[in-house]
Design a protein. Structure first.
Length: 269
């Protein structure tokens, strides 16, 4: 009831129509007010008709939206749609970026790697905790000495995401690799790619990882989005320190001078 024909054109797997369908079908009708959850359903989640009803648009209008027809989207409608679909902050930003061409987030959009000397001083002050600065596409642009002590192989391949997915040492060093490292990393790549769709380096990074790692291709289909890893607790094995296992809390922030840079500290717990 209310869904588009089964033989409709298959949406682009990176596009708005695909994500709208994914977000709609993951909802639990029993938890949505104003929806008849007792009737038999042929597909999981809400129907297009129900989403149209909850967002105060016609069924025909919403069908065209899921088919990817370009429109001038009102910000109030997009916020209402995000609320109906129960989108988190990262997913809401992706919705705005794909539908309206911008994300409702503050910050400097410059993607350069410019840093002043004071940042290097701060990095050195973080010792003995490893600390580094990465750019929009996760190249390490500065680091302190403990990073080299803990991760000498990362400095051979100074891109964090390529290390996680394409370096043979990653699975041995990054404990609980799939759950704690790979899945959150892919979610961050999807988020960054949606917020910065014209960044060729991000597109190339995503393509290299998906082409080079079959498990990453499988996880990518989960359609997860995540803005950052700040506050995560993760476990590492240090092969250059006798295989010692350590727990770290990721502390991350963006300098105001360039909010596309990531200043990350691995606080050893």
């Amino acid at each position: 009831m209310g869904d588009e024909p089964h033989n409709a054109a298959r949406p682009d797997s990176e596009g708005l129509s695909y994500l709208l369908r994914h977000w709609r079908e993951r909802l639990d009708p029993t938890r949505i007010r104003g929806i008849d959850s007792s009737r038999r359903r042929l597909k999981p989640g809400l129907t297009q008709q129900e989403v149209a009803q909850l967002t105060n648009v016609s069924l025909a209008w919403y069908r065209e939206l899921e088919r990817g027809k370009h429109r001038r989207f009102d910000e109030q409608f997009l916020r209402r749609l995000a609320q109906v679909l129960r989108l988190d902050e990262a997913e809401r930003a992706v919705l705005f970026r794909l539908a309206a061409g911008y994300a409702p987030l503050p910050g400097n959009s410059s993607s350069g790697a410019a840093m002043d000397q004071s940042m290097h001083v701060v990095l050195d002050q973080m010792a003995p905790h490893p600390a580094y600065v990465s750019n929009l596409w996760w190249d390490i642009v500065a680091h302190n000495q403990p990073v080299g002590d803990w991760f000498p192989q990362v400095l051979e391949q100074p891109n964090l995401m390529r290390f996680v997915f394409l370096h043979p040492e990653a699975r041995r060093q990054l404990l609980n690799w799939r759950r704690d490292w790979a899945a959150p990393s892919l979610a961050q790549i999807r988020y960054a790619s949606a917020i910065h769709p014209d960044c060729e380096e991000l597109v190339q990074l995503r393509d290299d990882i998906l082409m080079g790692n079959a498990e990453a291709r499988e996880m990518w289909r989960a359609n997860q989005t995540r803005a950052h890893s700040d506050g995560d607790r993760r476990f590492l094995r240090l092969p250059y320190h006798g295989g010692q296992e350590v727990c770290v809390r990721i502390t991350a922030f963006a300098p105001l001078i360039n909010q596309d840079l990531r200043f990350v500290i691995l606080l050893r717990l």
